[in-house]
Design a protein around this ligand. Structure first.
Ligand SMILES: [Zn+2]
Length: 221
């Protein structure tokens, strides 16, 4: 079974959402002094490849620690939105995947914007879901998570976060800053985006992976 890493590296120099503190990774114990090595990790809960819980923006919204663990693992459909560079992801791009989406928990939007990771361009101009596309995805009851390989589902300077609001109010989690979606063969794979289980988790960095069955093995892809 091939496992594809869909996760960005966490480091002190990594790109973070404008205004967010950079992560700090400092030695807490060292081999020289203590005989073992430990690192004090300090980072905002929405750093790198991460999940947003409904509780991220809704006072009564579920937090990640409250959601069942099967929220975070299941079949995913990878939607090719690479034709939507510098613009909108219209419903017409999403709808053709509707048949496969019925069997999936995750819809992952492949924009290929991760190729700008580490550049200023990463923070602006990435494709955004149209209103119709948002409504369509929000209404898919079987979906527990929607992901994208860009910094956000909303414009970088958005104060209202309208797309986050619509998708999170439907009870789904969001996954941002995915990478390597192009390495998934076909357009379906098992997806795992397990978050840290901490109290009142509004979000969490995740190690996002796709499990790709060997070629020839039956898969509804
Ligand atoms: Zn977030």
């Amino acid at each position: 079974m091939k496992i594809i890493d869909l996760t960005q590296n966490i480091s002190a120099q990594m790109p973070v959402y404008p205004g967010t503190a950079q992560p700090r990774l400092s030695p807490s114990s060292t081999l020289a002094q203590d005989g073992f090595r430990e690192t004090l990790l300090q980072m905002v809960s929405h750093t790198g490849t991460h999940l947003d819980a409904p509780g991220h923006i809704f006072a009564e919204g579920a937090t990640l620690d409250q959601l069942p663990v099967d929220t975070f693992c299941g079949m995913g459909v990878i939607i090719d939105a690479t034709v939507c560079q510098n613009g909108e992801i219209p419903l017409s791009v999403i709808e053709p995947y509707g048949g496969k989406m019925r069997f999936c928990q995750f819809a992952l939007l492949k924009t290929n914007w991760d190729r700008y990771w580490g550049e200023e361009h990463y923070f602006s101009g990435y494709p955004l879901l149209s209103d119709e596309a948002v409504q369509y995805l929000a209404s898919q009851q079987q979906l527990t998570g929607i992901g994208i390989d860009a910094i956000s589902f909303d414009k970088i300077d958005s104060a209202e976060l309208p797309i986050h609001r619509q998708l999170l109010s439907s009870g789904k989690v969001l996954i941002e800053n995915l990478t390597n979606l192009g390495e998934i063969r076909g357009n379906m794979a098992m997806i795992s985006v397990l978050p840290l289980k901490y109290a009142d988790a509004d979000g969490s960095p995740v190690r996002a992976v796709a499990f790709q069955p060997p070629e020839g093995l039956f898969c509804p892809c």
